[in-house]
Design a protein around this ligand. Structure first.
Ligand code: PLP
Length: 245
């Protein structure tokens, strides 16, 4: 894809976000654009960063590692948006990831904490919630999320900032919206419990095809890949299923 296409696509996305914000009565700066960069080359990511983008997200520690040197001279922030396996924790902490959006087990939290405690570091995390109840997707069940957050309070190295979900893949907007509403409800429920050390400000939801619905339902971070960088060769199941990680 040519340079101009990425820049053009970014401006289309920016317009979609701005329009969705204004239609929802929200301010544009309540929503951050995260570029989902799985399979995207360093050269193409650099085009987006040079055009003023500041936040990217990778799904695999291996890709994060491969692109790290190529991107480290360009100021940007990195979130991790893939399923994190505990044997990759040591690696991921070497690549300046500021937020892990996919925390989904106490075991993972414990192992992250153990590593971070040794080096006296902290990291931001979002709790991934499975709002579509599809077995193929990771995440805590909505009904378990509050209990899970309480259990996370013991880990002072983890700064819990909010929730993340991958909604249902469906052309039916109302079904997708139901997923986002679930995430919002879970957020409100946890926020109402006023748990110490648990912030519930961030809602990471919405992708290329459903960002408008997500913004309407309260997204603070939308994660966009295809609409900026074009179609990927690998199906998303390659990135979302355990067996392939
Ligand atoms: C790939 C990916 C996205 C972006 O999806 P697009 O449909 O390409 O915009 C968002 N979130 C996660 C977790 C992803 O893996």
């Amino acid at each position: 894809m040519a340079i101009n296409d990425i820049i053009q696509n970014l401006s289309v996305i920016e317009n979609r976000i701005a329009t969705a914000c204004s239609k929802s009565g929200r301010s544009r700066d309540e929503v951050r654009l995260l570029l989902a960069t799985k399979t995207v080359s360093v050269e193409r990511i650099k085009i987006a960063l040079a055009a003023g983008q500041t936040l990217i997200g990778e799904n695999k520690v291996q890709e994060l590692k491969e692109k790290y040197d190529g991107l480290k001279d360009m100021p940007h922030e990195n979130h991790f948006i893939g399923h994190l396996q505990s044997n990759k924790i040591k690696d991921i902490l070497q690549y300046d990831v500021s937020c892990i959006q996919t925390l989904d087990s106490i075991d993972l939290a414990q192992k992250l904490h153990n590593r971070l405690a040794v080096s006296q570091q902290q990291i931001e995390v979002l709790v991934q919630v499975n709002t579509s109840t599809e077995k193929s997707k990771f995440g805590i069940a909505p009904t378990e999320a509050a209990k899970f957050c309480k259990a996370l309070q013991q880990f002072h190295t983890l700064k819990i900032k909010g929730l993340m979900t991958i909604g249902l893949f469906s052309a039916e907007t109302e079904k997708v919206r139901a997923c986002f509403k679930i995430l919002k409800n879970v957020q409100q429920q946890i926020a109402a419990a006023c748990l110490e050390n648990i912030e519930m400000k961030e809602l990471s939801m919405g992708m290329s095809h459903d960002l408008e619905t997500a913004i309407k339902e309260g997204a603070t971070i939308v994660r966009i890949g295809t609409a900026v960088f074009g179609e990927r060769i690998y199906p998303d199941s390659y990135y979302w299923n355990e067996s392939n990680n």
